[in-house]
Ligand binder design. Structure first.
Ligand code: MSP
Length: 582
């Protein structure tokens, strides 16, 4: 497990290092201005570290096959949400990991003639490698085969049993191994296999094959929670995002709620956590898996009265739309049954499609995320996935689109704007910043006044969308300002204003373009952490002035001297041309 305090201290020593290279000169009027703007303080950050952290989770991934781009997307959305909180100055933690029990994993191991644990060990590592490679800033990587998780699940089960909401019965129904769930009769349909021409029964929702099963097992009295769930949804309109899925869930609870089978006989499934006091049954993989979110917070060994200091209740569970029901219906009901607080929000995202079909291990239409990250670069992939991926809808994955977006947004947008501001011989950025320090800022009209308004919209627009858990809109909003800034520079043409009497105007034009880049660069850090760190280094923005409180016009005049040598031309570009072989 990684510790956030570790990364905080590393960050602080980087701050000190950067401070040494920073140009220290600040004019008198700016010193007054900056005094009003409190810098990031070590003691307040440490205080936050011991207070309630903002807790974000990814789903834990099945280890029956290798990761694909769809999995990377779930991780990435969660990572951006966590990094956004850190940017706002909050302590945040992110957990991810692997879901290792159940029929699906058992069957995959059998097919490979492996012990399930051996297969889990290898495949779990692949998900951890992916998180590391994609620069996912996770604090916990949980595996459901971890001993502390087994203890948490057993404890939870016992609490559930004591609550009186568990009963034993014979269960009959349509089980889908691929989705690891029973479906009610009205969610099943007959399909014909295009390959064999044979008929089979499948889930209407996912199209995956279901089979009739009859077995003795334990049930959770989910139906007893119908009214409480509906009341909870009504009282918590921010429980689910996007809003459209909220209606689907309410509809499910109103019309489809059935008691939930929560164990499997060992005759059918051995690979799971045994039911306490009944070795003939193992706990249903979804109950086991959902409890991971508690395990990482130290459940059940919480300090009495201070449960929240370890993160529970989670602020956000990020999930794909296919697993909303488990998180928005089953999970809250299970938590209600054992009297635990409910997560604050469940954010769901759409699917990545390849050839109009959901990217999935079972259809084998998957994109290997390791190859994609190698080919395009980590931050380019992060940019593309957030820019094109949607919370509400499904999105098509395409290399052509990545190339287009790279050229438009990154190379010709951000990268070119940075070159235009920092490279010309006609001006010096540091001088432009100093020159604009003491100016009266209500004096601007025309293009500069328009540009000032754009800069002022950056933070509120990003905040508005991030508050609705829509990173794509936040990213697009920032990029729209970057495109407008390119037009602003083309209209104002500072490079053609070479007379001495134009100096003041040139400095003002350049200063406002630089301010846009500085503010946008700060706000884009959660999306492209490495590239934005480079961009802010080129602008010479002090590392302790890269948080949201500095993402405003004219709150920092200390920048303008690059921390790194400026290399002119394509080679020195933040986003150089990419070789494309198709
Ligand atoms: N193990 C369960 C989750 C348990 S959480 C307590 C599971 N695992 S999964 O490996 O099948 O999926 C993990 C995540 O990847 C889910 O959020 C799922 O929606 C996401 N994706 C899987 N395929 C996807 C796409 N093609 N596109 C986008 N995300 C998709 O479900």
């Amino acid at each position: 497990m990684r510790s956030n305090l570790g990364s905080l201290s590393q960050q602080l020593s980087r701050v000190a290092a950067r401070q040494r290279v920073r140009n220290g000169w600040i004019c008198q009027s700016c010193r007054v201005n900056q005094a009003r703007c409190k810098p990031f303080s070590t003691s307040s950050a440490l205080q936050k570290a011991i207070d309630n952290p903002y807790y974000v989770t990814t789903p834990i991934f099945y280890v029956n096959a290798a990761p694909h781009v769809g999995h990377l997307y779930s991780m990435l959305v969660a990572d951006v949400l966590k990094r956004w909180q850190v940017l706002k100055g909050n302590r945040a933690i992110l957990s991810t990991g692997t879901d290792e029990h159940g029929m699906k994993v058992q069957q995959a191991a059998r097919l490979q003639d492996l012990h399930p644990k051996a297969m889990c060990d290898a495949n779990s590592e692949a998900f951890r490698d992916l998180a590391n490679k994609a620069n996912i800033d996770y604090d916990f990587f949980i595996r459901t085969t971890d001993p502390q998780h087994k203890e948490a699940v057993e404890f939870f089960w016992n609490r559930l049993k004591e609550s009186g909401y568990i009963y034993e019965t014979v269960h009959e129904g349509w089980y889908c191994v691929s989705d690891e769930t029973y479906y009610p009769e009205n969610m099943i349909e007959k399909r014909i296999s295009p390959l064999t021409g044979k008929g089979y029964m499948a889930s209407v929702e996912t199209g995956n094959m279901v089979e009739w099963q009859e077995e003795h097992n334990y049930h959770f009295r989910l139906t007893a929670f119908k009214d409480r769930l509906l009341k909870f949804y009504a009282a918590n309109p921010r429980f689910m995002f996007p809003q459209a899925r909220f209606h689907e869930m309410v509809d499910w609870v109103e019309n489809n709620l059935e008691d939930l089978s929560i164990s499997r006989p060992t005759s059918r499934l051995e690979w799971g956590i045994p039911v306490p006091d009944d070795p003939k049954q193992v706990i249903y993989v979804w109950v086991d898996a959902l409890i991971n979110y508690l395990t990482v917070t130290g459940y059940p060994m919480w300090p009495p009265g201070a449960e929240h200091t370890k993160g529970w209740p989670a602020n956000v569970h990020v999930v794909g739309k296919d697993i909303m029901r488990f998180h928005c219906v089953y999970w809250p009901a299970l938590l209600m049954a054992v009297d635990l607080p409910l997560p604050k929000t469940v954010v769901s995202h759409g699917h990545w499609l390849m050839g109009k079909q959901k990217m999935s291990k079972s259809t084998r239409n998957v994109v290997n995320p390791f190859f994609a990250l190698d080919r395009w670069g980590v931050d380019v992939m992060r940019y593309f996935l957030i820019h094109k991926g949607s919370m509400a809808k499904d999105s098509d994955y395409s290399n052509v689109f990545i190339v287009d977006q790279y050229k438009k947004g990154l190379k010709n947008g951000l990268g070119n704007l940075l070159n235009r501001v920092t490279q010309p011989k006609q001006w010096n950025l540091r001088d432009a910043v100093i020159a604009c320090c003491g100016d009266m800022f209500d004096q601007f009209t025309g293009d500069i006044a328009d540009q000032r308004r754009r800069i002022q919209t950056l933070l509120p627009t990003a905040e508005e969308h991030m508050d609705k858990f829509n990173p794509r809109r936040a990213l697009r909003g920032i990029m729209a300002v970057i495109y407008d800034t390119q037009v602003y520079l083309s209209n104002t043409e500072p490079w053609n204003k070479t007379a001495e009497e134009d100096r003041k105007e040139v400095n003002q034009i350049v200063f406002h373009a630089a301010e846009t880049l500085r503010v946008a660069g700060i706000l884009l850090q959660p999306f492209m952490p490495e590239k934005m760190s480079e961009l802010l280094d080129v602008l010479g923005v002090s590392i302790d002035r890269r948080t949201c409180q500095y993402a405003k016009l004219q709150v920092d005049y200390s920048y303008g001297t690059p921390f790194v040598p400026i290399v002119k031309g394509a080679a020195g570009s933040l986003f150089p041309p990419i070789p494309v072989e198709d």
